[in-house]
Write a protein that binds this ligand. Sequence first.
Ligand SMILES: Nc1nc2c(c(=O)[nH]1)N[C@H]1C(S)=C(S)[C@@H](COP(=O)(O)OP(=O)(O)OC[C@H]3O[C@@H](n4cnc5c(=O)[nH]c(N)nc54)[C@H](O)[C@@H]3O)O[C@H]1N2
Ligand SMILES: Nc1nc2c(c(=O)[nH]1)N[C@H]1C(S)=C(S)[C@@H](COP(=O)(O)OP(=O)(O)OC[C@H]3O[C@@H](n4cnc5c(=O)[nH]c(N)nc54)[C@H](O)[C@@H]3O)O[C@H]1N2
Ligand code: SF4
Ligand SMILES: [Mo]
Length: 715
Amino acid sequence: MTAQPITHSTQCTLCESHCGILVTVTDGAVARIAGNPDDVLSKGYICPKATAMGGVHEDPDRLRQPMKRVGDSFEPVSWEQAYTEIGRRLRKVRADHGNRALGLYVGNPAAHSSAVMYFGMLRAMMLTPNFFSASTIDQMPHEYSSWRTYGSNFLLPVTDIDRTDRLVILGANPAVSNSSLSIMPGATRRIKDVRARGGKVVVIDPRHTETAQLADQHVAVRPGGDIFLLLAMLNVLFTEDLVDRKWLNDNASGTMELRALVSRATPEVMGERAGVDPDLIRSLAREHAAAESAAMYARIGICQQQTGTLVSWLVAVVNAVTGNLDRPGGIMFPTPVIDIPRFTKFIPAAHGAWTDRSGRYKAFRSELPAVVMADEILTPGPGQIRAMITVAGNPVSSIPHAGRLDDAMKTLDLYVAVDMYVTETTRHADFILPPVSPLEREEVAFFTTLFTVRNSLRMQRRAFQPPADAMEDWQILVQLVLELLPNPLRALFPAPVRNLLMRLGDPNRILAVGMALGPYGRLRKGRNAITVKKLHEARGGIDLGPLVPRLKEVIATKDRRVALAPAEFVEATLDQLAKPISGPDAEFDLRLLGRRQLRSNNSWLHNLPRMTSGQNRCNALLNSDDAAQRGLADGDLLLVTSKVGKIQVPLRIDDGIRPGSVVIPHGWGHQATGWQHASTLPGENVNDLHDPAQVDPFTGTAAVNDTWVKVSRAD
Ligand SMILES: Nc1nc2c(c(=O)[nH]1)N[C@H]1C(S)=C(S)[C@@H](COP(=O)(O)OP(=O)(O)OC[C@H]3O[C@@H](n4cnc5c(=O)[nH]c(N)nc54)[C@H](O)[C@@H]3O)O[C@H]1N2
Ligand SMILES: Nc1nc2c(c(=O)[nH]1)N[C@H]1C(S)=C(S)[C@@H](COP(=O)(O)OP(=O)(O)OC[C@H]3O[C@@H](n4cnc5c(=O)[nH]c(N)nc54)[C@H](O)[C@@H]3O)O[C@H]1N2
Ligand code: SF4
Ligand SMILES: [Mo]
């Protein structure tokens, strides 16, 4: 007999949007996943990836118990055995070689569960400077520029898309990605709404993207030309006196220095460097200033450049000088249930607290860039990493390392992976500790509330009860923390005490306390407070209203003003202006750019046949003129060569690509993994083409949009 279907209201946690979903379960299996129309933020929207929540849950290749390496394969072991052996070996590495011999890499999905609240603890317990994360292939330039401009790397203003009159998108493709660090599920509808209410949408991107197709105007900037475009816009804003002087007087410092810096960056001088017509630059500046409200939203297209931090800063500056920082319809700071933005002045950025062993990179927010991980593991000498833990990350696939990280992971004395799959990275592990599936978690998605375009609180509910001995990420992290305690202390935590700790350390409990003390909590709102209980009762989360101006309250600089012209940024900009732009040479004549795909999520959804059906999607897009010049035709297998590597991918002609560029997605090439379906798919890892030494100098973030390549037919 078929059981009655039960529908659970929960969230898709695959990307930052955390769209509300309704999961219908029949006979213990996912029968349907649909958008939740009651979700206060996503309002019924889901993208094609949502069904992957069911796909991952049911994937036979998803690990459901701890695995231990035995020779060349893995065998299941009990949690207890795994922790005991890992603990013994971790402590031995530490005793023999010191704290620096331990390393930790945290990947993207860790931000999408309560694990985010616990890896700081693991990091503190490891006491190692060797902490890495996906942030240094992603948003670190935004964080660094925020640190200098607003005084804290946590002050990342979001785009008030639902109220803006002018939306300018720079280096992002939210129609596919649904955006990031400005959480706007159903970005396509929101972008269309800007136009429907009479506003204007501009996309600045070398490629005529899916988002550009929704816009009023597309500006095909030269890759890496953003810095010159923005400097010229600022030149126009100052020379034509279009800046908001009152706002600047009240809120900013460094206006004179900024004005001096841009004084010679006229659209005529900058236009060629930016690859944008000077009159067009003028109109971009004038319209940004004239709009009732305007928001420039920039994301990873500009982070993954050598000028990433500078561009991120100049975007903030364009918004600020036109009076659009902290204004409805501009860019604003959210008010989450635990008011982290308000307390950022007390959270140190730990800049330069240590460096990597070569001394090239300074730590920032207590982290070193992931591009040095391979060196820190492979280069012999004091402080060499000998034991690694990775949590929810696939750095062999996601980080440029010129083929070295794959080898490096094999050489470790101990490698522990917290992950549910045997990936390009975790295949080298000694132990793989798998958390529950995303449909087995019940928690408040606190992290996302820091970046939502409307204040809100939503939660994830279990669609399935986890098996009796299953562990959540946070529990695995707490166990690893306990295993790292030195011997006499560890004895204070026998199994019953650990179990008690696990109950008390439940993230939902911690959050309930944090919320009670926060802006919507009991202490301030009494009986009208937002509580976890009320959240449980709400089917689609709780709307906490539009973003409110709060710059004065949150700004963390010493003089409590927005620093428009930090000295090191001014100096680095002058250097950029003085040197020739990076151009094609006789050999490497195409600029390699990345792209995201609707049915792909970085490196890890390709094992689901529903996400990968159809043709080889790891292909190179090239303009028809560029293809014709090289005698190439659609469907040809291309050999793409850079200074550090080669890959082979099929060619697809696409006239939306700016002449002189080639566009290839990341996250492919799973041939030697435990993903049985994904390992049969064609596709190669585009990060094999990127030089790990090519970075944004402030943060060490990999500048994967700055690589030059050549292409030829493979045969
Ligand atoms: N060339 C190039 N490279 C890029 C990018 C690019 O644009 N171009 N983009 C970069 C960006 S923005 C990012 S964020 C990074 C991502 O880089 P990473 O975070 O290193 O890699 P992911 O592909 O997200 O891999 C996620 C891993 O987490 C596992 N996982 C999934 N869910 C969970 C969970 O709930 N718990 C645990 N423990 N594990 C889980 C998956 O099995 C997978 O192995 O890569 C990027 N690399
Ligand atoms: N479907 C899907 N959605 C995702 C992900 C996914 O893998 N798949 N990943 C998620 C993650 S981890 C993140 S961080 C977000 C990222 O979300 P987005 O920031 O929107 O990332 P992309 O879609 O890669 O868009 C980057 C854009 O920058 C452009 N670009 C490249 N070089 C330059 C340049 O020099 N100047 C300018 N102005 N533009 C340039 C590229 O052409 C591309 O259109 O997406 C998230 N959402
Ligand atoms: S945009 Fe797609 S992947 Fe992201 S949360 Fe929503 S449904 Fe999931
Ligand atoms: Mo990302």
